[in-house]
Design a protein around this ligand. Structure first.
Ligand SMILES: [Zn+2]
Length: 163
């Protein structure tokens, strides 16, 4: 993309992120030449409970950005698709979640087109986080259902349907 156009687009994209995640939570590194990678950091907040790093190469938006989650305790970094894939595995072996979407096959970067803004990609992280929570809830519901004597089994089944 022509440099000027890319600059304009990046400005717009960053303003979308700042509007959504709040100004103080979004930081962009300063680059000195147009071939440097632009790093956008999003601090964990109520909307997105992860520290996120987005790497933008000079051939963005034709080349997809790389999107990572940063560990809060150490310097570990992992792509969000890998993170949720690894996190889901334990529960997937125990319960079956209806309409489950595999994080590595169904993340937005797989089906991305150049008009997708970065905000859509960070919302994809939120989507997989929500899915993980549903999976975990389903797992614990199945465990506790055996211990609940007061609730009738068919009531429990109807609760599980809504997870
Ligand atoms: Zn997959």
């Amino acid at each position: 993309m022509v440099k000027k156009q890319l600059e304009k687009r990046m400005k717009k994209e960053i303003s979308y992120l700042k509007d959504y995640y709040l100004d103080d939570n979004v930081h962009v590194n300063q680059v000195s030449n147009e071939f440097d990678v632009v790093n956008i950091f999003i601090k964990s907040s109520i909307k997105l409970k992860y520290n996120v790093k987005i790497e933008i190469c000079h051939d963005y938006p034709f080349k997809s950005p790389a999107v990572y989650l940063l560990s809060k305790e150490n310097n570990n970094i992992i792509s969000y698709a890998d993170f949720f894939k690894q996190r889901d595995i334990f529960y997937l072996n125990k319960v079956r979640l209806l309409h489950y979407e595999c994080p590595c096959c169904h993340n937005l970067l797989c089906s991305r087109n150049i008009s997708h803004p970065l905000l859509e990609i960070t919302k994809d992280i939120e989507k997989f986080d929500l899915q993980f929570k549903r999976l975990r809830t389903l797992y614990y519901m199945k465990i506790i259902r055996n211990y609940i004597k007061k609730l009738r089994q068919d009531n429990i089944n109807s609760i599980i349907e809504y997870i």
